[in-house]
Design a protein around this ligand. Sequence first.
Ligand SMILES: [Zn+2]
Length: 244
Amino acid sequence: MSNPIEAQARIDLAAAFRWAARLDMHEAIANHFSVAVSANGKRFLLNPPGRHFSRLRASELLLLDADNLSAGEGDCDPTAWNLHARLHQQLPQARCVLHTHMVNTTALCCLQDFEFLMLDQNACRFHGRIAYDRDYSGMALDMAEGERVARLMGPDKDVLFMGNHGVIVVGASVAQAFDTLYYLEKAAALQVVALSTGRPLALIPEAMAAVAGAQWRSYPTDYCAMHFDELKRILDQQEADYCR
Ligand SMILES: [Zn+2]
């Protein structure tokens, strides 16, 4: 029997999987989401191997211990273990870790020396929040890759652009991380379209982008939670088995 924090985390993470599939952020039966359920962040839930995001249910998520793989439940994907366990172990801001190859953000990760453009209001949400990995290192088949990725993110970034690969987003809750993932892909899609026109870009000046970024961070309503609660209500009406 799981405790109330773990039970809620299972429902929230299952909802994030279902919505990632609905929004075409998923890829076959690959990619992983995780969320911490212990105060020290080291016990976390992760999707089991071989399951499509659109069918995952709360009770199927694996409960793992970042300090001890063999103490966890069942098999997990080694690349997921090497990234997610290290991030939960080493980054206090990484209560929830979402990794995808969503197409627009990944396209930007494949542009030489690219830095996220302060092109529209949504892009300003990410002012000062993105770290960049310019050294694609293949599949994360050993712990050293997880250590390297955790070092690149450091304690004060919540988005990592992984060159030639995809993106990692972390957050204090599933709702916050999912909201970040959603707006990142929205802003990235706009940048891909704008860049594709070949016309000069009207970038927001750095000082103004910094102001707008601070405005987003101090926005008074708990917008992330409201957004995610509404997404769960839609699932409750249309595919309520996600929380079983
Ligand atoms: Zn990946």
